[in-house]
Design a protein around this ligand. Structure first.
Ligand SMILES: O=P(O)(O)OC[C@@]1(O)O[C@H](CO)[C@@H](O)[C@@H]1O
Length: 399
């Protein structure tokens, strides 16, 4: 980790703080929404009641003895946190474990008839089927005649701002998906990013996805463009191995998004066909690594994932949660250089993120001062600001 001033790990133990509100209000709201969306039986209702009580008033408990991922969670710190209040362990850990326990409560982990039923699927499907999605896909037709660089820029920004369409976030910011006008980026390293994806590139792009639906669609469109225009020879899309943070994309969500594109008229349908054929011939692959749902920063990634990122020409990390994991879920001074926090990363890396939590690095002192003068600290969590940050050094500084 970087040689910067002490940056405390974020916890949810301060009433009135954003992390505290996520544990005390957002998680109960998610339980309510999931309960409303499915015709659950008595055992599931009882388990949801118990989870609600436990995650708001209780302490972290063990996983069921037969949980298939018990060893993994033990390695990820479960024994250290067992018996402690959910508010007292690192916030990233609490949130991740909440989603894991929710899957137990609804029977996702199985065995049984509910095994593998994604409790967030109705919300993700509704977003994919929304008329706004038709309008966004139809807008692609207007890009057709633009020069490649302008199309690339438009698709990059589509992928970036698609990160506002996060269903968990909307539970506490009802208009976050529609607020206009789009404010300026608080950091913009897009020139560095494009320099890593030159035309006639022969390398591999890794895109670590965030949300399904209206974020995943523009992510896929960006990938289709990069493959078609030769800025990447191959792409690897990392998704979550199980439902997580409400709207995070799983392989099933990739299938839904690809089918949505295939059925669309105009340019969107064309992109859909490009992506299907890239899947078929291996230029586009989907990965669901267990560590993608780990309650830990990427600095703790296992060796096999480290090797994958090291081999990529560029890894693009999407969204707020992945940003927290990339730089470390800490109260960094906002002017801490991004590249200091990513020095451990084994290859060139870029972050595309709208700001929805307090973690931030890489701001100039002037930008931070202007944001604070205009908004106090609201800019950190409102989802109305975004950033593109890149570290091209690829771990070259590691000794
Ligand atoms: O990763 P994403 O989808 O951009 O955002 C995830 C998020 O909604 O969840 C966290 C709070 O639970 C925040 O970090 C953030 O606002």
């Amino acid at each position: 980790m970087p040689d910067t001033p002490f940056a405390p790990v974020i916890r949810g133990d301060e009433p009135g703080s954003f992390p505290h509100s996520v544990l005390a209000e957002r998680h109960p709201a998610i339980i309510r929404q999931v309960r409303d969306a499915f015709p659950f039986g008595p055992a599931q209702h009882a388990a949801l009641d118990e989870l609600l009580r436990n995650c708001t008033e209780g302490t972290v408990g063990p996983l069921p003895a037969d949980a298939p991922d018990r060893d993994r969670w033990h390695a990820w710190g479960l024994p250290d946190h067992t018996g402690r209040s959910w508010y007292d362990v690192p916030w990233l850990w609490s949130e991740s474990y909440f989603y894991r326990r929710l899957l137990d409560a609804v029977g996702y982990v199985g065995p049984g008839a509910w095994q593998g039923i994604d409790p967030f699927r109705p919300f993700k499907r509704a977003e994919l089927d929304a008329p706004e999605t038709d309008a966004e896909l139809a807008a692609l037709d207007g890009l057709r005649d633009l020069p490649e660089e302008e199309r690339a820029r438009a698709l990059l920004h589509g992928s970036l701002w698609g990160n506002r369409a996060d269903l968990g976030f909307r539970l506490s910011a009802a208009d976050a998906g529609t607020r206009q006008p789009v404010p300026a980026l608080v950091a913009d390293d897009s020139e560095t990013l494009w320099s890593l994806l030159p035309p006639a590139g022969t390398g591999t792009l890794v895109l670590v996805a965030d949300n399904a639906g209206r974020e995943l669609l523009p992510d896929l469109l960006l990938i289709a463009h990069l493959l078609t225009e030769g800025r990447a020879a191959r792409a690897v899309l990392h998704v979550k191995p199980y439902p997580y943070y409400v709207s995070d994309a799983t392989t099933a969500d990739v299938v839904d998004a690809l089918n949505r594109l295939r059925a669309a008229p105009g340019a969107a349908g064309g992109y859909g066909r490009v992506l299907r054929s890239a899947m078929a011939d291996g230029r586009l692959t989907v990965r669901a690594h267990p560590f993608s749902c780990a309650p830990l920063p990427y600095a703790d990634m296992p060796d096999d994932l480290r090797a994958e990122f090291a081999a990529a020409t560029l890894t693009v990390v999407k969204g707020d949660l992945n940003y927290r994991r990339l730089v470390g879920d800490r109260f960094w001074p906002p002017t801490t250089p991004f590249r200091e926090t990513t020095a451990y990363f084994p290859g060139p890396v870029a972050a595309l993120r709208t700001l929805k939590s307090e973690v931030i690095t890489g701001l100039s002192a002037a930008t931070e001062a202007a944001l604070v003068a205009a908004e106090g600290q609201r800019w950190r969590t409102s989802g109305t600001h975004a950033l593109i940050q890149a570290d091209p050094s690829g771990g070259a500084r590691r000794g």
